[in-house]
Write a protein that binds this ligand. Structure first.
Ligand code: AMP
Length: 176
């Protein structure tokens, strides 16, 4: 990636202390999303490595992964799979519980969202501890899909999340 784009994204990120809980420094990407040139260039950079990777579907993780993942799906001529928080999907869904720093959480995908022969790219805005992205990939794998890679706008490298992501490559645009 050009250092100009890296710099421009860093400049636009808004760090919010103690959101949503005390002790969390939340990286708010909405100023990046709101800038037409940055949004286009960030999606172009995120999609670039996968243009000839045979991706059939992009799986976006609710909620900000829907925004980036939807744009990535269009850029890659791929379908889109929503990975959602529990109780949001209308059809039969498979669920996966996973550990957070404190407690557990659940993600769901429709049972027919992916299957054998599908090559799926998992997309989210931020890679933090990696539990969310790992659970999303497990859902797709259980459905019979193959994980091509994980792609993130931001990686909080100091949390070591990529160690939880095995079996495919991990790409992030900006490393914090
Ligand atoms: P994790 O499972 O710890 O990798 O958390 C990843 C999920 O939580 C992603 O969907 C992120 O959007 C969100 N997230 C975690 N930490 C942050 C943070 N510091 N700033 C913004 N989003 C975060």
């Amino acid at each position: 990636m050009s250092s100009t784009l890296d710099h421009a994204i860093r400049q636009k990120l808004r760090a919010i202390p103690d959101y949503p809980k005390p002790g969390i420094l939340f990286q708010d990407i909405t100023p990046v999303l709101g800038d037409s040139v940055l949004l286009r260039d960030a999606i172009g950079e995120m999609a670039g490595p996968f243009l000839v990777a045979g991706v059939t579907h992009v799986a976006g993780i609710e909620a900000r992964g829907f925004i980036l993942g939807g744009a990535m799906a269009v850029a890659l001529n791929a379908g889109f799979i929503p990975i959602r928080k529990p109780g949001k999907l209308p059809f039969k869904a498979r669920r996966r519980e996973y550990a957070l720093e404190y407690g557990t959480s659940v993600l769901e995908a429709h049972e027919d969202a992916a299957g054998p022969g599908n090559r799926v790219l998992i997309v989210d805005d931020v890679l933090a501890t990696g539990g969310t992205a790992a659970a999303a990939a497990q859902l797709i794998t259980e459905l019979g899909g193959e994980i091509v890679a994980w792609s993130f706008l931001l990686e909080l490298g100091f949390l070591g999340g990529r160690e939880k992501l095995e079996g495919a490559s991990v790409r992030s645009l900006v490393l914090l």
